[in-house]
Design a protein around this ligand. Structure first.
Ligand SMILES: O=P(O)(O)OC[C@H]1O[C@](O)(CO)[C@@H](O)[C@@H]1O
Length: 242
């Protein structure tokens, strides 16, 4: 694991974006796994800036999002597709047909998870996977539990996660109870993982994830097994890792 700690949030975003851009420069047809949440917003801004400055094109890039809420159609303002459209897709030149995200509005979520996994298998090893971590240690929506899934699956969100994520909704009741998420195996297959986390609230779970034992109750701890993991943190998130 290559850990870099930054003083300034903008520097984390730039360094993480540079790592993604390097992948696209060496392979314009790169496949990229994308995450949502507040953490990667700055990284997406830096990718947009680089695109606007003519430094990178997404014309031949293919993207695979790691998760989506069940019951939310793509055009729902709280869907992860809408989030990605706002922060990245509408601002770069990635073709719509190259964007992949589970269909949360599917009437058969299990079948949709299987379909998405088949797409990932067809794509093979993703060139880079962008990831962050939830306060309870989840990556994607792989929630803590005694067992973890390798492949894309339907998950019941923990009440903790629903509460944290309720900030984006008008009320807790509006937060979906289920989601479709890539499994840990689907994410870990990527050639490189660009992991970012910011802020003191994440410090304790990061210690458990990166210094503790590999434990399904801390799904992020599985990342320790990845051979090419880049970790970008600010000083407060890295408090127990220095
Ligand atoms: O960056 P945030 O907003 O803390 O979100 C944490 C995590 O929750 C999720 O949004 C759930 O998918 C992850 O993608 C993300 O890493």
């Amino acid at each position: 694991m290559k850990l870099t700690v930054f003083k300034n949030e903008k520097d984390i975003d730039q360094a993480a974006a540079d790592s993604v851009i390097e992948v696209i420069k060496s392979n314009p047809e790169a496949t990229i796994g994308l995450a949502t949440g507040q953490t990667p917003v700055g990284l997406y801004q830096k990718l947009v800036q680089a695109h606007q400055n003519g430094k990178v094109s997404f014309k031949q890039v293919t993207t695979y999002n790691i998760d989506e809420y069940a019951g939310l159609a793509k055009d729902h303002p709280q869907s992860f597709y809408d989030f990605m459209k706002t922060h990245l897709f509408s601002k770069v030149d990635v073709p719509e047909e190259n964007i992949h995200i589970p269909d949360g509005a599917s009437s058969d979520l299990e079948a949709e998870a299987e379909r998405y996994e088949a797409e990932l298998e067809k794509a093979g090893q993703l060139d880079v996977q962008i990831l962050s971590i939830g306060l309870n240690g989840h990556i994607g929506f792989n929630e803590p539990g005694h067992t973890l899934h390798a492949e894309t699956h339907v998950v019941t969100l923990t009440e903790d996660t629903r509460e944290v994520n309720s900030q984006a909704f008008s009320s807790l009741e509006d937060v979906p109870k289920k989601a479709i998420t890539m499994g840990i195996g689907s994410m870990m297959k990527a050639k490189k993982i660009v992991f970012i986390a910011k802020g003191e609230a994440k410090a304790s779970i990061l210690k458990q994830a990166f210094k503790g034992p590999i434990d399904p109750l801390v799904p992020g701890s599985l990342l320790q097994l990845h051979p090419n993991l880049e970790v970008y943190l600010d000083e407060s998130a890295a408090e127990y890792l220095k």
